[in-house]
Design a protein around this ligand. Structure first.
Ligand code: NDP
Length: 449
């Protein structure tokens, strides 16, 4: 599909001028506008209300200095960001990413995508995202704490349980959320659900850690069921070995599949016997070591340098769960040539537009990130609900709600794809279904004069 609608082309050109050089953000906006063409043709009321122009412009974008002192007493300076993209359907909600690749473009692309993803969950959450170019790798606990406290000292001015509720993302797990939560509480003298992904001692939700990976498998299961198929006996390749990848592995295995490859930014491991998740968790969650360790500890497993080669490992189901644009056209062609049957995205925008086109042209059922990985934020939404009610649900209760939410997301995306005349194209379906709710709310709330 190309962007041919003259009106939306104009909207895109303004975004491209205003955000020149921000390739990730422009890529995300282009893909969504492409999908929205059938809506622009039918809904003059959205055009009259300026919804398309407004939805691609963040409501607020905050950029700030984060200074902190390292273990040698040296002052370090990083850059912090928070984008408050859209609050039409609820408080801004979206994770914080700590990675050297973080810049304004990455944060805006993530915040834009988050708006549609959060809408798809059916919960009242707007879109936001934040982060810093701080690299947590190799830092001591003390350095991580001092960075997180400094980051929160500024961020606290802009967030709140009813305003903006950040969570984890790449480089931010329970440890970092704890340091940030502690600092927010000190500054505000308030114990509120201002962050999600908290520890269970401080109002966290059971099943939040597992939610994105589990949710990805629940969504993929709906794709499989629609094709009269199941996870049973399937070979699965999962990129990454972080929070999303590890719990996607766990659920896929529970559903009867065998996960034969995983990666990190240094390379990938193949284990035809099925990745031993206890060993992987020990290496990645406890020791925070490199994935090559796995091949040293597990007989028959092999390590391969470089991460892109993982897509040459023959499999039935591919679940990219590492980072944006990690699966390019070469990777997609290799997967298709080796007979991949289903692809679903655990990471945000891991497939390049060319890779997505390759899957769709070859009729491979494809689950786009904003639908397939929405289980994390959905469970964050459930954490907010528990915090507001001042009670905690059991693991089973949260997991059951997550399962229902993922089924509903699949159903909404599929039904929207049918309504747009491209049945089964979940890229279009997810964009349209996510957009409609936000667009109606924006129209209803009027424009500030
Ligand atoms: P983590 O930091 O826990 O893990 C990221 C993993 O990806 C690490 O194993 C990292 O390796 C690896 N990685 C990074 N770059 C590459 C690369 N180029 N090739 C291969 N592996 C790479 O992050 P999460 O698991 O939380 O997040 C992963 C993705 O999922 C991100 O896109 C995130 O936005 C998305 N997501 C996360 C959610 C969550 O709840 N956590 C919710 C929804 C989406 P290394 O250790 O070497 O850097």
């Amino acid at each position: 599909m190309a962007l041919t609608n003259e009106y939306l082309k104009g909207v895109y050109e303004t975004v491209a001028l205003r955000n020149a050089g921000e390739k990730e953000f422009l890529q995300a906006v282009y893909e969504v506008l492409e999908s929205l063409q059938p809506i622009a043709e039918k809904r003059q009321d959205f055009i009259d209300a300026g919804v398309f122009e407004r939805i691609v412009e963040p409501e607020r974008f905050i950029m700030f200095r984060v200074s902190w002192v390292d273990d040698n007493g040296k002052v370090q300076v990083n850059r912090g960001y928070r984008v408050q993209f859209n609050s039409a359907i609820g408080p801004y909600k979206g994770g914080i990413r700590l990675h050297p690749s973080v810049n304004a473009s990455v944060i805006k692309f993530l915040g834009f995508e988050q708006t549609f993803k959060n809408s798809l969950t059916g919960l009242p959450m707007g879109g936001g995202k934040g982060g810093s170019d701080f690299d947590p790798k190799g830092k001591s606990d003390g350095e991580i704490m001092r960075f997180c406290q400094s980051f929160m000292t500024e961020l606290a001015k802009h967030i709140g349980a009813d305003t903006d509720v950040p969570a984890g993302d790449i480089g931010v797990g329970a440890r970092e959320i704890g340091f940030m939560f502690g600092q927010y509480k000190r500054l505000r003298n308030e114990f509120t659900g201002v962050l999600t992904g908290k520890s269970l001692f401080s109002g966290g939700s059971l099943a939040r850690k597992e939610a994105t990976g589990f949710g990805l498998c629940y969504f993929t299961n709906e794709m499989l069921k629609a094709a009269g198929d199941s996870f049973e006996g399937k070979k699965v390749v999962i990129s990454g070995s972080g929070n999303v990848a590890i719990y996607a592995n766990q659920k896929a295995t529970e559903l009867g599949a065998k996960v034969i490859a995983m990666s990190d930014s240094s390379g990938y491991v193949v284990d035809e016997n099925g990745i031993n998740l206890d060993v992987m968790k020990q290496i990645k969650e406890v020791e925070r070591a490199r994935i090559s360790e796995y091949a040293k500890r597990v007989e028959g497993a092999t390590f391969h340098e470089g991460c892109k080669g993982i897509w040459t490992v023959p499999c039935d189901i591919a679940l990219p769960c590492a980072t944006q644009n990690e699966l390019d056209l070469d990777g997609a062609k290799a997967l298709v040539a080796n007979g991949v049957k289903y692809v679903a995205e655990g990471a945000n925008m891991p497939s390049t537009p060319e890779a997505v086109a390759c899957f769709l042209e070859n009729n491979i059922p494809f689950g786009p990130a904003k639908a397939a990985n929405a289980g994390g934020v959905a469970t964050s939404g459930l954490e907010m609900t528990q915090n507001s009610m001042r009670l905690s649900w059991s693991f089973e209760e949260v997991d059951a709600r997550l399962g229902d939410i993922m089924k509903n997301i699949y159903k909404s995306a599929y039904e929207a794809s049918v309504a747009c005349g491209c049945a089964g194209n979940l890229v279009v379906g997810a964009n349209v279904a996510g957009f409609l709710k936000v667009a109606e709310a924006m129209k209803w709330q009027g424009v500030a004069y």
